[in-house]
Design a protein around this ligand. Structure first.
Ligand code: FES
Ligand code: FES
Length: 167
């Protein structure tokens, strides 16, 4: 579906404002958004889910990665108006029961972050990989994380953490 078609499926309520209904971290939500607001902006500024970071704003760094119907996508270039009827998972919803997942424990125990700015996006890309491939190779992990940039930790500990999480 094109973005224009997706927007027209959502409810236009006034001028460039759109009402979207979607599942967010397991709960149905309805939110009024500007037609051209990014999903990342809506998550952070309207829904106070600030775990999703905005770095480049142009699908280059991966800091804003969330799951859209289970697929890792950059929320900074996803129009919020196009997610009507879809399912979004953010880093806040990665562990529905509040207990750290194996992936989160592996990042923590393996020192797979320093400043942490990239970490939510890294985990969301890695979690999407582990959901479709419970035992990925190092090459699979590198491919899954190729859109996620880390400026301070380096990638060795991050790849090791994903590898450990699948054991
Ligand atoms: S902020 Fe979305 S990819 Fe960089
Ligand atoms: S931990 Fe700082 S950018 Fe990755």
């Amino acid at each position: 579906m094109t973005e224009t078609a997706a927007i027209s499926n959502a409810s236009m309520i006034a001028g460039d404002t759109v009402l979207v209904q979607f599942n967010l971290n397991g709960k149905d939500v309805t939110v009024e958004v500007q037609a051209f607001s990014s999903l990342a902006e809506v998550l952070r500024e309207r829904l106070q889910l600030t775990g999703t970071k905005i770095g480049c704003g142009s699908a280059e760094c991966g800091a804003c990665t969330v799951h859209l119907d289970g697929v890792a996508v950059p929320a900074c270039v996803t129009l919020a108006a196009t997610i009507d009827g879809r399912s979004i998972t953010t880093i806040e919803g990665l562990s529905p029961d509040g207990e750290p997942t194996a992936l989160q424990r592996a990042f923590l125990e393996g020192g797979a972050f320093q400043c942490g700015f990239c970490t939510a996006g890294m985990m969301m890309s890695a979690a999407a990989l582990l959901q479709r491939n419970s035992c990925p190779s190092d090459q699979d992990i590198k491919m899954a994380l190729q859109g996620n940039i880390c400026r301070c930790t380096g990638y060795v500990q991050i790849i090791e953490a994903v590898r450990k999480a699948c054991r």
